[in-house]
Design a protein around this ligand. Structure first.
Ligand SMILES: Cc1cc2nc3c(=O)[nH]c(=O)nc-3n(C[C@H](O)[C@H](O)[C@H](O)COP(=O)(O)OP(=O)(O)OC[C@H]3O[C@@H](n4cnc5c(N)ncnc54)[C@H](O)[C@@H]3O)c2cc1C
Length: 507
C-alpha cells in the first residue's frame, strides 16, 4: 500500500512505557477515526512483551515501590490497576494469596507485569477488530536511518530492515555506567536484573557479597539473595550509605503553605532571576519548621555516617504512625514537581541531581514496609552491613577489594553492581540504538542527563534547525529534562501528550 495512505509507528521497547503508548494510540485512533490506516510495530529484545525490566522480575519479594493506587496504565485513571485486581480477585487470591487489592497496597511487581500484559492483549485484540495493523517483532533495534522523505529505516541486530514513519523510543532502563574495570571477573554481576543471573552465578550460600549502591535497586539484589537462601554476609557499598526511608501505611495529605508553585513564581518575579536549588532548600526547610512550629537543627537531620539500624527503626516507627514528615511533604508535591523542575535552569538541575536528589529519592522512592522490616532484621542479625563513603573496588586475583574514602578496606567474593542506571546517553553503552542515533545527530544530549525533546509533545527536537524529527522519546531517556521518569504514573501522563501529538500527524 502507498505509504501516504498508511502511517507506520514503531514502538522500540515494549515495557510498561511502550505498552501505555500502544494502548493510548489504539484508543485515540479509534476515537478520532482518521482516514489513513494505522500500522503499529512493537519491538522488544527480551523474550517477553509487556513486562520490561521493571515488571519482568521472577522474584515475588520484588514489590512495587509505588502504591497500587498510582499504577493505572491509563492517563488520569490511576486506580485502574486496583480495579483490575478487584475484577480478577479469584485468580489473584490463588496465585498471590497475600496480596490485597487495595490502593495503598504494594503488590509484587510480577503481578503488575501480568496486568500490563493483560492490557496489551486486550488492546491488541481491539486494534485488530478495528482494522489497525499490529505486529510484534522480537528483535533488538540497533540502528536507524532517516530518509530524504523523512521516513525511517530501522535496522535490527540480525540486519533486518523495517521502514516506518515515526519511532517511539521507549527503551527504558540502561545498565550502570560504573566499574567497567570489573567486567573481566566472572564473579562480577553488572546488574541486579534479571535476578536469575544472581542465582545462577552465586552458588555458594555462604559467600561474602558486596552490592554496590544502597537504593531500591540494591534492595532488589538483597531480596533476591535472601529469598533464595543466601546465608553469608552481604554489604551495601555506596557513596553516601543512604537507605531509602519506609512507606507509610497510607499517604497522609499535607497542606503546603510555603513550598508552593505560587510562592516560587512570586520569588522569581520579585528577585528577577531564575529559580535556584538553594531557594528550594530554603522553602522546604521553612515548610518543615512552619509545620513543627519550631526551628530545626538541620545538621542533626543529616543521615550520612549514622547508625543505619537506628535510623531504619525510627523510619519504621514514623511510617507506622504516618508521621514521616519529609515524605508527606514530598508526596504532596507529586503533581507540582514537574512544573517546578521546569523552572530550574540546566546548571541548577545539574546541582540538584548531584547534591539534593539522593535525599529527595530516599523520601520520594521509599521502601514498602514489608521489605523495610526484612532489611531491619538483616541489619539486626548482622547479615547485612551498610558501608558509606565508597571509593574504589578492585579485583585482586581471587577476591574483590573494596576501599572507602577514609582508608577502610573490605573484601568480597562477589560484587553486584546496583548503583543505578546511566543517565548520560553516551554512557548508556548497552543501548546500541541510542549510540547510533547520537553519532548521526538524530538525538542530542541534555546537560542534566538524557536527551532533548519538546516537553509539550515528547518529540525529539533537532536543536540546531528547530525541525521536528520522526522520533519521540519517554521514560528514562528524558531523565534530566524531567524528574519523575522513574514513576510509572508520570510516564503514563507523558505518553498521553506523546500520543496526542502523534495522532495529530494523521490529520
Ligand atoms: C526494577 C525496577 C522497578 C521499578 N519499580 C517501579 C514501581 O514499583 N513503580 C513505579 O512507578 N515505577 C517503577 N519503576 C520505574 C520504571 O522505570 C517505570 O515504571 C517505567 O515506566 C518502566 O517502563 P519502561 O518501559 O520505561 O522501561 P523498562 O521496564 O526498562 O522497559 C524497556 C523495554 O525496552 C526494551 N528495549 C530496550 N532497548 C531496546 C531495543 N533497542 N530494541 C528492542 N527492545 C528494547 C527492553 O528490553 C525493555 O523490555 C521501576 C524501575 C525498575 C528498573
Amino acid at each position: 500500500m502507498d505509504h501516504k495512505l498508511k502511517m507506520t509507528v514503531a514502538i522500540v521497547g515494549s515495557g510498561a512505557s511502550g505498552v501505555t503508548c500502544f494502548i493510548q494510540l489504539v484508543l485515540k485512533y479509534i476515537i478520532t477515526k482518521p482516514s489513513k490506516i494505522l500500522s503499529i510495530i512493537l519491538f522488544e529484545k527480551k523474550g517477553e512483551f509487556g513486562t520490561g525490566l521493571a515488571y519482568g522480575t521472577g522474584q515475588e519479594g520484588h514489590l512495587l515501590n509505588t502504591k497500587a493506587g498510582l499504577m493505572g496504565l491509563f492517563p488520569q485513571e490511576r486506580l485502574h490497576f486496583v480495579r483490575w485486581m478487584h475484577d480478577h480477585k479469584d485468580r489473584i487470591e490463588q496465585e498471590f494469596p497475600q496480596v490485597s487489592p487495595h490502593p495503598d497496597a504494594y503488590p509484587p511487581r510480577m503481578l503488575y507485569g501480568k496486568y500490563v500484559q493483560a492490557m496489551l492483549d486486550e488492546y491488541w485484540q481491539l486494534a485488530r477488530q478495528k482494522g489497525i495493523e499490529v505486529s510484534k517483532q522480537q528483535v533488538e533495534i540497533v540502528d536507524a536511518e532517516v530518509q530524504k522523505d523523512k521516513r525511517v529505516i530501522l535496522r535490527s541486530a540480525s540486519d533486518h530492515s523495517y521502514p516506518v514513519d515515526y519511532v517511539i523510543l521507549a527503551t527504558g532502563t540502561p545498565e550502570a555506567a560504573t566499574f567497567e574495570n570489573l567486567k573481566s571477573s566472572e564473579r562480577y554481576i553488572d546488574s541486579p536484573w534479571p535476578s536469575k543471573r544472581i542465582i545462577q552465578t552465586i552458588k555458594d550460600k555462604y559467600a561474602k557479597i558486596s552490592i554496590v549502591g544502597s537504593s531500591l535497586t540494591a534492595i532488589d539484589a538483597l531480596i533476591t539473595l535472601v529469598a533464595n537462601g543466601h546465608k553469608g554476609p552481604i554489604t551495601f557499598f555506596s557513596l553516601r550509605g543512604l537507605l531509602p526511608r519506609v512507606q507509610s501505611a497510607s499517604e497522609k495529605p499535607f497542606q503546603r503553605k510555603v513550598l508552593t508553585l505560587s510562592t516560587i513564581k512570586t520569588l522569581i518575579r520579585e528577585n528577577r532571576r531564575s529559580l535556584r536549588v538553594k531557594d528550594l532548600i530554603r522553602l522546604f526547610r521553612s515548610e518543615v519548621e512552619g509545620y513543627l512550629e519550631r526551628k530545626l537543627d538541620w545538621a542533626t537531620e543529616e543521615r550520612v555516617n549514622k547508625n543505619h539500624l537506628q535510623l531504619l527503626e525510627e523510619d519504621i516507627r514514623q511510617a507506622m504512625n504516618g508521621d514521616s514528615l519529609f515524605q508527606n511533604i514530598l508526596y504532596s508535591l507529586r503533581e507540582e514537581t514537574y512544573a517546578i523542575w521546569k523552572l530550574l535552569p540546566v546548571d541548577q538541575k545539574i546541582l540538584f541531581v548531584k547534591w539534593i536528589k539522593p535525599y529527595f529519592d530516599i523520601n520520594r522512592h521509599a521502601v514498602p514496609m514489608e521489605n523495610g522490616i526484612k532489611i531491619m532484621n538483616l541489619l539486626k542479625s548482622n547479615q547485612l552491613e551498610v558501608i558509606g563513603n565508597s571509593e574504589d573496588i578492585k579485583w585482586k586475583g581471587n577476591k574483590f577489594v573494596l576501599k572507602t574514602e577514609d582508608g577502610q578496606v573490605y573484601k568480597a567474593d562477589f560484587v553486584i553492581n546496583a548503583s543505578g542506571p546511566a543517565s548520560v546517553i553516551h554512557k548508556m553503552e548497552d543501548q546500541k540504538l541510542l549510540q547510533a542515533l547520537l553519532s548521526k545527530k538524530y538525538i542530542q544530549e541534555y546537560g542534566a542527563g538524557g536527551l532533548i525533546v519538546d516537553l509539550n509533545t515528547l518529540r525529539v527536537k533537532d536543536v540546531s534547525s528547530e525541525e521536528r524529527t520522526p522520533f519521540y522519546a519517554l521514560g528514562h531517556l528524558i531523565t534530566g529534562l524531567q524528574l519523575d521518569v522513574n514513576s510509572l504514573w508520570f510516564n503514563v501522563e507523558q505518553a498521553d501528550l506523546l500520543t496526542d501529538d502523534l495522532i495529530r500527524q494523521f490529520q
